[in-house]
Design a protein. Sequence first.
Length: 376
Amino acid sequence: MPAAIYVHWAFCPYICPYCDFAKWAYDERAAERYLRALEAEIAHAPVPAAVTTVFYGGGTPNAYAPPALVGVLDLLRERFGVRAGAEVSIEVNPDRELTVGFEVLRAAGINRMSIGAQSFEAAELRTLGRRHGGADVVETVRRARSAGFANVNVDLMFGVPGQTAASWERSLDAALALGIEHVSTYGLTIEEGTPYARWQVREPALFADDEREAQMYALAIEKLTAAGFEHYEISNFARPGFRCEHNANYWRNGAYLGLGAGAASYLGGVRSTHTRDRAAYEAAALAGEAIPGDSEELMGDARTGEAVMLALRTSEGVDAGTFRERYGIDVFTHYAPIIAEYAAAGLLVADERSVRLTARGRFVANDVCGAFLARA
């Protein structure tokens, strides 16, 4: 099967209070050592077959200068034989001082850009600890277009403390006005151990409840689909022909190799995650040793349940023929009680070819998907 490569760029110009990713505030010497460790890991990493996508995530990849980003891409091509014309995505922070050298990135073959806007509202951006403004997002898209990027995504977040339906709609309208190809909308998740988690304990009323988040999600679906976007995955909307192929590989339960501190891989039925201890990661990578972390071989219902969960996130759902060919299981028979229960509740629809979430089911996708995982 085709495989994807994810590269974790673990430094940010500043740390957002809601974020729980493996990341550190940018320091030149530390960032240089991490880069050397990434390069060393690439030299010793297993080589998956048919690498079809590459994704630069973080952290903030564009906290690094373009030559460093291009140099790693060159190493990936040399080591893994990345398919010519492959989708190569980069996440960028829209702070003005970071949005430089886009022409260098595009010339090197990076062809998809994902901009972490989160909001176009000044008050919400301050609440999120972001230092850019809405005008910076507009300028970042302009610079991307000028550099030749024809595939641009904007990330938006709903459920932000203080956010209203009206301010959320303004952010959606601002994103649509940019003429971009893709929009990702994420409900704010409170991660344990973050400043936001402590804030929620102190002032829980400031945070959106499930009903308010559902209203904002419904508004996003309404506006984006009316504008011609396909709602092809729970959180993702694309103009025809511009779905994110890298993420689609995850939802197909495809193979992927993760590089960097905290990065996850799924190869040969084994799911593994690198340590988030940066010093331990760097020491192992630079020594050419196995990266410390956790691993788990998914077997039986754990493997198929996860495959169903991932597929249900997409508009196509679980394709019964593909599922039978890959796992040797008839999804309708194996999960008959669960399908019957949620179909009767109007949350799933099943026909002779597939099982899919209904429009209403997308609002409680975690609960529905969890039922398939629980069978394990």
